[in-house]
Design a protein around this ligand. Structure first.
Ligand code: 13P
Length: 345
């Protein structure tokens, strides 16, 4: 008996169903504080629940959002009427998910490479998360491009941890999102990003295979193949699309139901335009090409909210707008004019 199942395959396909993607709202306490700092809002248990609650309950979010990734605290919180967020989401047909990694920590002997931790006690945590209602999980590893990095030790360590995590998830009946993120930070060109992404994914899938992970019961969450943030010249959406899909065609098994990108520091519009270019391409691909954006789905919503309860509706509209734009990008139907089309608001 393998680790996969028909139920997990169905959940994975629901998360990345045509026209839909995933909202990453699983910022750790430190990260959400940083996001709230940008709008001058104090990060408290109440402010976090209010903000996340407004996203989850936005009317019509279910049209373009198939899954939401939460942080441990949020998975246990409820809306103002006392309805658990897990239920708010499930009632709308949105799959609740949980971030289970404990963050990227410095690798021994290296000042600039990390390995993601969180395997100890994970089996027990997953059993509890399943009981609470989570049906998928996320684990993010971080690969930085630099002069001497990534090293083979760095890539291999993260790939191995991802595989152990994914196998434990499937054993618990939880769909693993496997997220090996090659960071955009740096002045490298898109070709270097291609090479590092290809090696990272190849190594990750080798490890997943060795651990017995069923490819049809998982979702891959990679970076796009893209120029470094400080690179001299920036690749166009068409080049990003072409190189990303070529890279994945080389190393991602066809039985993986979906590839859901992280936005990783792209602006909201860049993340939408790049996803759109991928889905508008002629090139065939066996997996859904979708989104699992954090910042690129939330920046406008945060700015519209600014911690004022009176701005709840405006923040919801800002979030729904981005969700709809990315929903269009799922089938290559977005163009810049859609941003101002009142029928799409
Ligand atoms: P960004 O889209 O902001 O990169 O966040 C996605 C995510 O979940 C990173 O782990």
């Amino acid at each position: 008996m393998g680790l996969g199942s028909a139920a997990m395959n169905e959940t994975a396909r629901k998360m990345v169903a045509p026209g839909k993607g995933i909202l990453a709202a699983d910022e750790s306490s430190g990260t959400i504080k940083k996001r709230f700092d940008t709008i001058g809002v104090e990060s408290t248990e109440e402010s976090r629940a209010f903000y996340r609650g407004l996203l989850f309950s936005a009317d019509g979010a279910e049209d373009t959002i198939g899954g939401v990734i939460m942080f441990d605290e949020t998975l246990r919180q409820s809306d103002a009427d006392g309805i658990p967020f897990v239920q708010v989401l499930s009632d709308k047909g949105i799959v609740p998910g949980i971030k289970v990694d404990k963050g990227a920590k410095q690798i021994a002997g290296s000042s600039d490479e990390t390995v993601t931790e969180g395997l100890d006690g994970l089996r027990e945590r997953l059993a509890e998360y399943f009981k609470i209602g989570a049906r998928f999980a996320k684990w993010r590893s971080v690969i930085q491009i630099g002069n001497e990095i990534p090293t083979w030790n760095g890539i291999k360590s993260d790939a191995h941890a991802l595989a152990r995590y994914a196998a434990l998830c499937q054993e618990a009946g939880i769909v693993p999102i496997v997220e090996p993120e090659v960071l955009m930070n740096g002045n490298h060109n898109i070709e270097r990003c291609y090479e590092v992404t290809r090696l990272t994914l190849q190594t990750t899938f080798d490890e997943l295979f060795d651990a017995g992970v069923a490819f049809d019961s998982m979702v891959l969450k990679p970076n796009m193949v893209i120029s470094g943030l400080d690179a001299e010249s920036q690749a166009s959406p068409e080049q990003i699309a072409e190189m990303s899909v070529s890279c994945f065609n080389e190393v991602v098994p066809a039985s993986v139901p979906g590839i859901a990108f992280l936005s990783g520091g792209q602006t909201e519009l860049e993340a939408t335009a790049n996803l759109n270019a991928m889905n508008a391409m002629e090139q065939e691909h066996p997996w859904e090409l979708s989104f699992s954006y954090g910042r690129a789905l939330q920046q406008s919503a945060l700015a519209a909210w600014r911690g004022n309860p009176a701005n709840r509706d405006a923040a919801q509209q800002a979030f729904l707008h981005r969700a709809r734009m990315n929903g269009l990008a799922r089938s290559g139907l977005w163009n810049p004019e859609c941003e101002n089309d009142s029928r799409l608001r």
